[in-house]
Design a binder for this molecule. Structure first.
Ligand SMILES: [Zn+2]
Length: 378
């Protein structure tokens, strides 16, 4: 599976913390389009367009749905299965999508699966540490950047949507700049944080890390530190609470959505050891080395080079399609629920919920258009 650059399963503890964040009220009300009867197109499995052209459903045999739920990576557990689904989508739609989100229609997250996975398809951006590649999954052009697997219905609103999107550009910084550790198994040594996340660093974002303002040197033992993210008592080595927080400046830089000048120096630790209780409940960890690195130092020491394209010319608007895989036709209530989630998460304005949509999480600099799928029909 690594041949297909699985970027990264992760055991995201989606802490569904709806902390109250102040948000301006969007003065522009959505104008709902007139609902129409869902359109069904003939493909291997029936594909139906939602009443307001916001998503599609792909209705599969019960055995296929069971496979999707019993397998760790859902339909992505089989390359053949991925081809079936991408063929269904591209038989119906033009090759205009940057991202394809595949959701299995489960009410809740299943314990045998990750909360989300980004499966890279192509990358043409230099300066992130990620290879330049195109693996041929899905579209034949280099337009499609990734499939993102979300195994339950609320993943769009609560996360890990923002997290998985970030994996298109982060974290692929090599040379041991960022270090992490398995917080549950203190006997395991620290490793380079090349699992896609930030580890023990003041990155405080979607891919983990702590808020530098909370960092304390503890006096009860040598090399003992405390740090946290937001209102959590600790911080995540790979995530920080689903869609309840925005992207950090370093994440925005990697995504092409912030200039270098916005990225503060990053404090990175190494020589890390963790006691699970001390870390998860108190945000405490041991580290023998603490460094503060500017973005230029990170770029130079890791060898990733400058981002090309840079902030000024980077792509900032994207096109996506959300496909829900279900063993039965979606009910009216399900269509309505999914359309609400997709409208909120992908709108080009604040969504007036306590959670962050993509536009909000990018300071209004990025937008993923997911609506008007009828315009993408072949
Ligand atoms: Zn991840």
């Amino acid at each position: 599976m690594k041949m297909n650059r699985i970027n990264y399963l992760f055991l995201l503890v989606v802490i569904l913390i709806s902390f109250s964040c102040q948000k301006s009220i969007d003065p522009i009300a959505d104008t709902p389009t007139t609902p129409t009867t869902p359109t069904t197109i003939t493909t291997k499995y029936p594909l139906a367009l939602s009443p307001n052209n916001l998503l599609v459903s792909i209705q599969v045999p019960s055995a296929t749905f069971s496979f999707a739920n019993d397998s760790y990576y859902g339909i992505f557990s089989s390359v053949d299965s991925v081809k079936v689904f991408s063929d269904i989508i591209y038989q119906r739609f033009k090759d205009n999508f940057d991202f394809i989100f595949i959701i299995t229609n489960n009410a809740t997250h299943l314990s045998n699966q990750p909360y989300g996975v980004n499966f890279g398809v192509s990358n043409s951006v230099k300066g992130t540490g990620a290879a330049i590649f195109k693996n041929g999954w899905g579209s034949t052009s280099a337009k499609l950047k990734s499939f993102m697997f979300l195994p339950y219905k609320d993943a769009i609103s609560y996360g890990p949507t923002l997290h998985e999107i970030c994996h298109n550009w982060s974290n692929y910084i090599p040379k041991g700049i960022f270090k992490t550790i398995d917080g549950n198994q203190a006997s395991l040594p620290e490793i380079d944080a090349l699992d896609g996340h930030w580890g023990v660093a003041s990155t405080n974002g979607q891919l983990g890390g702590f808020d530098l303002a909370t960092l304390q040197t503890l006096t009860d033992a040598p090399n003992h530190y405390h740090a946290q993210s937001g209102t959590n008592t600790s911080f995540g080595l790979f995530a920080n609470g689903g869609n309840s927080l925005a992207y950090s400046p370093l994440e925005l830089y990697m995504m092409g959505l912030a200039p270098k000048s916005e990225v503060p120096d990053i404090t990175v630790f190494s020589g890390i050891t963790i006691d699970a209780n001390d870390f998860f409940n108190k945000g405490n960890f041991f580290a023998t080395s603490k460094r503060s690195l500017s973005l230029d130092q990170i770029i130079t020491q890791s060898g990733i080079g400058e981002r090309v394209p840079d902030y000024q010319s980077a792509q900032k608007e994207f096109r996506a399609i959300v496909a829900v895989v279900s063993p039965t036709a979606l009910t009216t209530a399900e269509w309505t629920s999914y359309e609400k989630s997709i409208t909120d998460f992908f709108k080009k304005s604040n969504d007036e919920t306590s959670l962050f949509n993509f536009y909000e999480a990018t300071k209004g600099r990025g937008w993923i258009k997911a609506d008007q799928l009828n315009l993408e029909s072949k």
